[in-house]
Design a protein around this ligand. Structure first.
Ligand SMILES: [Zn+2]
Length: 122
């Protein structure tokens, strides 16, 4: 398991453990301005404006839906990468030739995937 896989697993665990969403942001005034994050009628968090800006409370509230959305999109994109990458994953036995495209191993497809995943470019 790579460091990225480990981090993604930790994020997924936190998503699963959190109060189900969607959450929403409410600004309230009880003597001083404050913000709350609600899951239905349940208060998930309370923030004094002095401790957290309303934009932070909005970010927290939306994270309950945004993070699962991003994880689902990440899974779809990983599946697409795997589908493209899989035929190019092996080289011909005894030769440095890609099984998927017959180019010199590692072929341009494998190089592009590895470069993108390692942050080296598109
Ligand atoms: Zn190839």
């Amino acid at each position: 398991m790579t460091d990225i896989d480990k981090r993604l697993a930790e994020i997924r665990e936190r998503v699963e453990a959190a109060t189900p969403g969607p959450w929403q942001y409410r600004e309230t005034v009880f003597g001083a301005r404050s913000t709350t994050v609600m899951a239905g009628s349940t208060q998930v968090g309370y923030f004094s404006v002095g401790q957290a800006m309303p934009t932070d409370a909005k970010f927290i509230a939306h994270s309950r839906s945004d993070i699962p959305f991003l994880l689902a999109e990440l899974d779809k994109r990983q599946a697409a990468i795997d589908a493209v990458h899989r035929p190019h994953f092996e080289k011909t036995f005894g030769y440095d030739i890609c099984v998927g495209c017959s180019a010199q191993w590692p072929c341009p497809t494998v190089q592009a995937v590895h470069t993108a995943l390692e942050g080296g470019g598109a």
